[in-house]
Design a protein. Sequence first.
Length: 116
Amino acid sequence: MSIETDLYATLSGNAGVTAICSTRIYPNLAPESASNPLIVYSMVTGNNISTITGVGDMKRKRIQINCNADTYAVSKSLSEAVEAALEGNGYLEFLFEQFDDVTKTHTVFVDWSFLA
């Protein structure tokens, strides 16, 4: 399995996440018909892990997980549910927040790194 497949399975199988966004969890781009709240995830970087003895089979992928909602409170709650679901599976790189004035969407961006 890929990290992205495992990520989808983890998020869609987590009661805290699905209580907020159901199964509206999409790779790269949400359909135009999708309603908030929802999650869109995409790989930001991916590379093999190098050690002093060379490059092994271990890979690191940084995935950006966008938690979109019509309100700041729901976007924040969704990002907290995502963090809780992923705890123990990789690590948080950083969080940042944005409001899109055109779409009136609040987004918390969760950047998470995985090793596999």
